[in-house]
Design a protein around this ligand. Structure first.
Ligand code: FAD
Length: 387
C-alpha cells in the first residue's frame, strides 16, 4: 500500500477480511498513522476534538491487522516490480495499491504563511492561527472553505469568503444549489464576495482583486480544491485523466499488478463511461473493498452509489450520484430553490431525463430515500412520484 490515509488503511482491513494471508506493507509520506480528514475542517479546527480523536486505529489495532507500517517515507518512483522511497529503500510486491490522495491547490505566488488545509498538521497550524485572531479571509467558497468559515464565525471571527464564480460550489452542484450554498454562507454571518478574482498576494495578510481592491485579514486560508498526488509517478507509465486512469475494479490502465483508489484515482464509470475522480470519504472506503476482493480473486461487493457530505453553518449538505453530469435540475422537496427556507431542500439532477444525482440541505431522510432511484437512473415520473 502506497499512501497511509483512509484508502490505504481500508484496503489493508478489506484484504484481511477477504482472507488475504500474505504480508502487507503500508507506507505513507506523513509522520502520522492513518487518520480521518473530515474532522480537520470541523471538530479539530474548532477545538471540539483533540487531534488524537482523528486517528483511525491505535498501534494495537494496526498490529492486529498484521501490517508492516512505515510513516514519514514518501514514495518517489514506481518501477515495473518495485516502489522506491525517498530514503533510498525499495519494496517489491506481487500487488501494489496506490492511495496517495491529493494535495491542496495553491495560488501562484502564495506566501508560505498563507494557510491551506489538507493534513492534520495544516489543521493544527490553522487552529492555532485562528486562536486570538479577529478576522479570517477565505479564498474559495467550496466545501472546505465554507466549513472553515462556519467554524470561524462560531468562534467570533469576522469572516470574508472570496468566490471567483457567480455562486459557490457551482462546478460540483450547479448554479441552482450553488445559490443555496451562497445563502448558507451569508445567512450564517460571513461576508461572501461573489465573482471576486484574486490576482495576487500583496503580503501574507493582504490580497489584491482583479478590480484593484485590496483585502486584509489576520489569517488567510486558500481553499481552492485539491490536485491528485501524482508527481512521484512521473515516468511510471500510468495514464493520467485528472487522476490515475483505472478500470471499474481499480486496476491501473496499462500497469498489471497495480491498483489505485481514493482521491488520486479516476475510475471508469460503469454506467456512463469516462473516468471520474471522486473526492469523497465513502468512495475511498468503497473502492478499497472492490480492490481487496479483486486482488484476492473473490466476488466484488455490490456496487455503491457515490455519496458525500459537508457540515456547515448548522446544516448537513448531502449528495449522492453524479450531480456534475446533469443537463437539468428539478426541485424535489422544500422551498430553498424558490427563495424560501434552505433546510429541507432537495434538488434532483437529471441527464437526458434520467436521475443522476440528488443533493439535500438538512434533509437526510429524503436523501436516503432517493438513493435507490439514483442507483437505477430512474426516470422523471418515478422520481417525482416519491412521497
Ligand atoms: P488521503 O486520506 O489524503 O490519504 C493519502 C495519503 O497518502 C496521505 O497521508 C498522503 O500524505 C499520502 N501520500 C501522498 N503522496 C505520497 C507518496 N508519494 N508516498 C507515500 N504516501 C503519500 N469527504 C466527505 O465525503 N465529506 C467530508 O465532510 C469531507 N471533509 C474533508 C475535510 C478535509 C479537510 C479534507 C482534506 C478532506 C475531506 N473529505 C471529505 C475528503 C476525504 O477525506 C477524502 O476523500 C479521503 O481522505 C480520501 O482518502 P485517500 O486515502 O484517497 O487520501
Amino acid at each position: 500500500m502506497i499512501g497511509a490515509g483512509l484508502g490505504g488503511l481500508r484496503t489493508v482491513e478489506q484484504l484481511r477480511s477477504a482472507g488475504f494471508k500474505g504480508s502487507i506493507s503500508l507506507v505513507g509520506a506523513e509522520p502520522h498513522a492513518p487518520y480521518d480528514r473530515p474532522p480537520l475542517s470541523k471538530q479539530v479546527l474548532t477545538g471540539a476534538w483533540t487531534p488524537e480523536r482523528v486517528m483511525l486505529r491505535d498501534a494495537d489495532a494496526l498490529a492486529a491487522l498484521r501490517v508492516s507500517t512505515r510513516f514519514g517515507v514518501p514514495a518517489v518512483a514506481l518501477r515495473e516490480d518495485a516502489v522506491e522511497f525517498a530514503d533510498g529503500t525499495a519494496l517489491t510486491a506481487d500487488a501494489f495499491v496506490i492511495a496517495t490522495g491529493a494535495e491542496a491547490r495553491t495560488v501562484p505566488g502564495q506566501p508560505k504563511e498563507v494557510h491551506t488545509l489538507r493534513t492534520l498538521d495544516d489543521s493544527l497550524s490553522l487552529r492555532s492561527a485562528l486562536h486570538g485572531a479577529n478576522s479570517l479571509l477565505v479564498v474559495g467558497g467550496g466545501f472546505i472553505g465554507a466549513e472553515v468559515a462556519s467554524g470561524a464565525v462560531d468562534q467570533g471571527l469576522r469572516v470574508t469568503v472570496l468566490e471567483a464564480l457567480p455562486v459557490p460550489c457551482e462546478r460540483a452542484l450547479g448554479p441552482e444549489a450553488g445559490v443555496l450554498c451562497g445563502r448558507l454562507i451569508t445567512e450564517g454571518g460571513a461576508d461572501l464576495r461573489l465573482g471576486a478574482k484574486l490576482t495576487r498576494f500583496v503580503s501574507a495578510n493582504t490580497v489584491e482583486l482583479a478590480d484593484g481592491e485590496r483585502l486584509t485579514a489576520d489569517v488567510v486560508l486558500v481553499g481552492i480544491g485539491a490536485a491528485p498526488a501524482l508527481d512521484w509517478l512521473a515516468g511510471s507509465g500510468v495514464v493520467v485523466t485528472n487522476g490515475i486512469a483505472c478500470d471499474t475494479s481499480g486496476r491501473v490502465l496499462g500497469l498489471p499488478g497495480v491498483w489505485a483508489i481514493g482521491d488520486v484515482a479516476a475510475w471508469k464509470d460503469p454506467l456512463r463511461g469516462g473516468h471520474f475522480r471522486y473526492e469523497h470519504w465513502t468512495s475511498a472506503t468503497d473502492q478499497a473493498a472492490v480492490v481487496a476482493r479483486d486482488i484476492v480473486g473473490t466476488e466484488p461487493p455490490p456496487r455503491t452509489v457515490p455519496y458525500f457530505w459537508s457540515d456547515q453553518f448548522g446544516l448537513k449538505i448531502q449528495g449522492i450520484g453524479r450531480p456534475d453530469l446533469a443537463d437539468s435540475v428539478l426541485p424535489l422537496k422544500g422551498e430553498g430553490l424558490a427563495g424560501g427556507a434552505i433546510k429541507g431542500t432537495v434538488t434532483g439532477y437529471f441527464a437526458r431525463e434520467r436521475l443522476v444525482g440528488v443533493v439535500g440541505f438538512g434533509a437526510a431522510q429524503w436523501v436516503a430515500r432517493y438513493r435507490a432511484l439514483v442507483a437505477q437512473n430512474a426516470g422523471r415520473a418515478e422520481v417525482l412520484a416519491l412521497e
